[in-house]
Write a protein that binds this ligand. Structure first.
Ligand SMILES: *Cc1c(COP(=O)(O)O)cnc(C)c1O
Length: 342
């Protein structure tokens, strides 16, 4: 029996999510599509696993050092997106404090969600870069603060790898043929690859790494044959808006079972609209782009030996930065462009 990820004290700040077969996605994709429902995580995205695991480990380490009687830890994140919300949610679930330093570009909608989850919000600087520099300077001055990066950390990858522990049990030890996931900085992909290795599933599973045009730093690196930093982010999929993937993600992208695919903002956005209507799920375009791979002929084109029986798991990574209003805007903005295809 392969090892299942071991937990120690207290419960982790994430849940086991259902993996549900979708009839409508299966019909569109001409194969068997299952949805791993990460939007059910306490923070609304899979980041509860990775970021949550990092937060959890810090709490465990510090409580061991203090023999369980220490002061609260104050966690600090520089992500105005789902990583900031996951940091806050995990910290609060574990009885700790959280501050999220967000750039001016982070909208009121997400700032309110972070505040509602119990986090302090500080607005600093025009972009994530300045917010992150500020967070790092605060942490350098005050070692009682715990810095939480959004994706580039082994504890984050380990947490994300629990998706595969669950799939192992949910599929009775029999691997799906394909896993579709979105890539921003690559923390999710790294976790999936680590999990596949854990069960010797790497040879059996094709991993499709989805990005949107304008947030496609992995695809650009694959094209160039070396790790590339994008000059700017132009995609609406803000949660994928990282200019450079982690070194580990670049390494994994060289493996023969990893395929990088890029779709447009319109395709990702219209997939969100269809997902809301057909599956009753609201998710960001960062998640929609993975679903779009099922609505469009992507799987047929990139999966080796594709057939009706091909078993696909789409990671519905979720995301809280999406309102009903935004979905309506997507529909009016993109439906004309997309009717023929999606
Ligand atoms: C963070 C995030 C991603 C990208 O994850 P990485 O680990 O940065 O690759 C995708 N979708 C959603 C909803 C996210 O919050």
């Amino acid at each position: 029996m392969a090892p299942v990820y071991q937990t120690t004290a207290s419960s982790p700040p994430w849940i086991t999510t259902p993996c549900v077969k979708s009839l409508s996605l299966s019909a569109s994709a001409h194969c068997e599509v299952h949805m791993k429902l990460e939007q059910f995580q306490p923070s609304g995205s899979f980041k509860s696993r990775g970021v949550g695991n990092l937060v959890w480990r810090v709490v465990q380490r510090r409580s061991q050092m203090n023999h369980g009687s220490g002061a609260k830890t104050h966690f600090i994140s520089s992500s105005g997106g789902n990583a900031g919300l996951a940091t806050t949610t995990a910290a609060k679930m574990l009885g700790q404090d959280a501050t999220v330093v967000v750039p001016e570009t982070t909208g009121k909608y997400m700032r309110n969600k972070i505040t509602a989850a119990g986090g302090n919000v500080i607005v600093h600087g025009p972009t994530w870069r300045e917010a992150d520099d500020y967070v790092r300077s605060l942490v350098a001055e005050d070692p009682s603060l715990a810095y939480v990066p959004p994706f580039d950390h082994e504890d984050i990858w380990e947490g994300n790898s629990t998706i595969i522990d669950e799939l192992y049990l949910q599929f009775g030890g029999c691997p799906p043929s394909v896993i579709v996931c979105s890539v921003g900085g690559g923390g999710l992909l790294n976790g999936i690859m680590i999990g596949l290795d854990r069960y010797n599933w790497s040879d059996a599973v094709t991993v499709i790494a989805m990005e949107t045009e304008g947030a496609d730093c992995l695809a650009a690196s694959v094209r160039e044959g070396c790790i590339v930093t994008l000059p700017e982010i132009t995609s609406i999929a803000r949660s994928l808006g990282i200019k450079r993937v982690s070194d580990k993600t670049w390494e994994y992208s060289q493996m023969p079972n990893v395929k990088s695919v890029v779709l447009s903002d319109a395709q990702a956005a219209m997939a969100c609209v269809r997902l809301a209507e057909e599956e009753n799920i609201i998710a960001e375009p960062a998640c929609g782009v993975s679903v779009a791979a099922c609505y469009l002929p992507v799987l047929r084109e990139v999966v080796p030996d594709f057939c009706r029986d091909t078993k696909v798991v789409v990671i519905l990574c979720g995301g809280s930065s999406i309102s009903a209003e935004t979905l309506v805007e997507y529909r009016s903005q993109y439906s004309a462009v997309m009717t023929a295809q999606l």
